[in-house]
Design a protein around this ligand. Sequence first.
Ligand SMILES: [Zn+2]
Length: 329
Amino acid sequence: MQFGLALAGSGQQLHAPAGFGAPSYGPALVRRRLKASIGCRGIGLHSGRRISLTLHPGELGSGIVFHRSDLGLDIPARHDLVVETRLCTQIGLPGHPEARVGTIEHVMAALAAAGIDDARVELDGPEVPILDGSAAPFLFLIDCAGTVEQFGARRAIEVLRSVRVEDKHGAWAELSPNVEPAFDVDLTIDFGETAIGRQSLALRISVESFRQELADARTFTLAEDVARLRAAGLAQGGSLDNAVVVDGPMILNPGGLRRPDEFVRHKLLDVVGDLALAGAPITGRFRGHRSGHALNNQLLLALFSDRRNWRPTGGHGAVETQTGKRVAA
Ligand SMILES: [Zn+2]
């Protein structure tokens, strides 16, 4: 295990209270933040650098904001600030080439699934530590810090019209309206004649389903890609401790897989993290076929490109759209 606890603040709890006011993904009466700051240290998957991460309670209405303490810069977790989607999702500030944060998707997924609306994610380097390659360590940190309600209305983004994006290789992703106020996801991946093969999974996202079905699924790579990535200066911190490596029909990790379909579970974890860059929980249905970070981001860009595609629900007053305009809710 590559992380150690650094609890700050007095109050902590291992589990939030159940029932009314319990954390939820989706519409809720009030916003939620961490109860205390908590941190860890770990390796950056691509940079290979040791990086400290601290999750802080966020200011009411701030959303999720990454803070590069080494640069003194804030980078809001917004889909329109995504600057790179090869291998991971990276956000950055326009006009500041160095102001970037990479591999944000797993911590974003854990924050979203835990129902956290406002948080400051402090880092002293260019990417979120990869830890064990899954979202479970981030969920563990959030559990240790505990969460608390804030007196501000939470809003969700309701999908009103279907939007679909695809690439030239036949991969596609789509968001469509849902008859129930929930976020349902359904994904198929196909890696041909490898140990991954073809896998599908459909799930309704909740704190519980994320914890039980997706959180511990690790990122993965093909052995044939490892040398190529390293030569390109990527995956410098990658190892069998933080990624599943597949070589044709074989899994190279001595411990094997955590679940037979760990791969599609991880891809759904990525969907939850990438779509959290909408800035609020989504009410709708996601369907994808061999989609990844690039299509996940294009899907949000397509959704927000037309105001008739969505509406804010669950609150009152105004909601900040991803184009920076405030609209009546
Ligand atoms: Zn991932």
